[in-house]
Every structure is written in C-alpha cells, then in structure tokens.
Design a binder for this molecule. Structure first.
Ligand code: GRF
Length: 212
C-alpha cells in the first residue's frame, strides 16, 4: 500500500521537489494527495501544479490559528491522508490540528525537517543561527512533530562540517543538498519499516534510553 501524504510548504519548495522526484523515480512508495500552503504565492505551489498535484492554498492572515487549521482539516478530511509532511511550512501546528493525526501508538503522524541538529538552533533560521554562532559542525534533523516547537522524536539526522571558506550561502546549500536526500529516505523508511521500528532503531522509544 502506498503511503498517502499531504506536503505542507510555505516557500521555495525544494524539499517538495525532492520528494516528488523520489516518487517519480520509483524510490519512494508514497503518493502526494495534496500540497497545502499558507502562502498563496509560494513557489512550492507552482512546482505542485507543474506536477499535476492538487493544491490547497489558504492564507492564515485574518484567521485565528484554530480557524485556519480547521479549514485545512476540513479539506484534508476528504483525502484519507496517512501522514502530514512539513517541508518548510512556516506555521506552528497546534494540538487542535495534531490531534486529528494521532496514531494509536501515541505519536502524531506529522513529520518536519529542521535545518540544524536539534535540539540546537530551534526556530525559523537554523542555518543563519548556526552559521552566525560559529559552529564547526551543523546538520539537519527530521522528526515527528509534537505540541512544542521544533520538538518531538527524532527520526534521522545528518551532520555536515562548516568549511573554512564557507559563506552562509555555501553552508546553507550544503545543508539543503543533505535535506533533499534525507527527507525521501526517511519517508521511504516510514513506508518500508514503519515509524515505530525507526524510533526503536534510534533508541528514542526505549524506556531505558538515557538511563544506565
Ligand atoms: C528548509 O531549509 C527546511 O529545513 C526548513 O525550511 C526550508 C524549506 O526549504 N524547515 P524549501 O521550501 O523546501 O526549499
């Protein structure tokens, strides 16, 4: 069975494109049932339309957080979405939204990609914040979403070094290239082995993790 995903994106959509490419190449057994954005001008929507995907664009402006989320949930309710995949979605989802995707195992069926090694450099500017801090090593994180911002069980991380001659642009480009390979890989893991097996492999689910 193919995993039915809804990809949420607010900006350029390069991660959306990487996921579309992986599906079209046959390396990811998922179907994008819709692309959702809070930014009607997002280039991600152009990419989605070019690939014949259904889009739902609804600005959050003038709506309460709950009303905005409710309208998206109404739309999604017709589509039997297995997983929500956040790919540069610049809104924090509240428990009101998340509870619609609660898995019987207790986690929310919502993933996010963050441009730093969580729990470091949370927030909307991971690459800038890590670069400006002067880190020698940074990375990217893909995690399950919970009610806290940039928080939840980690599914995968990749690190990359800051090079001596890096600019913010070259640093970001190196991170983005990793994002584009890791997100499809993690989604393929969800399809092939399931979230719980991935978390157990990481040690995140083990009650003994962190204790002696
Ligand atoms: C990525 O760096 C992602 O980690 C962050 O937002 C950015 C989205 O880029 N959450 P794009 O829209 O996929 O190109």
């Amino acid at each position: 069975m193919r995993l039915k995903i809804a990809v949420f994106a607010s900006g350029k959509g390069s991660n959306l494109k990487a996921i579309i490419d992986a599906i079209e190449d046959g390396g990811l057994g998922a179907t994008i049932v819709c692309v959702v954005s809070n930014n009607p001008d997002a280039y991600a929507l152009t990419i989605a339309r070019e690939h014949g995907l259904e889009v739902f664009a609804l600005s959050h402006k003038g709506l309460s957080r709950e009303d905005h989320e409710s309208k998206i949930l109404d739309y999604l309710s017709k589509l039997e979405v297995d997983f929500v995949v956040l790919a540069g979605y610049m809104r924090v989802l509240t428990g009101h939204f998340l509870k619609a995707f609660k898995d019987p195992s207790g986690f929310f069926r919502v993933t996010n990609i963050h441009p730093a090694l969580l729990p470091a450099f949370k927030g909307g500017n991971g690459y800038e914040d890590a670069f400006n801090y002067g880190v020698k090593l940074s990375g990217i994180t893909i995690h399950l979403v919970d009610e806290e911002v940039d928080h939840g069980p980690i599914l995968a991380q990749r690190a990359f070094p800051r090079l001596a001659d890096d600019t913010l642009e070259s640093f970001r480009a190196r991170g983005l290239a990793l994002e584009h390979s890791l997100y499809p890989e993690v989604l393929a893991g969800i399809v092939n082995v399931g979230v719980e097996a991935m978390l157990v492999k990481n040690g995140a689910c083990s009650p003994a993790a962190g204790s002696k």
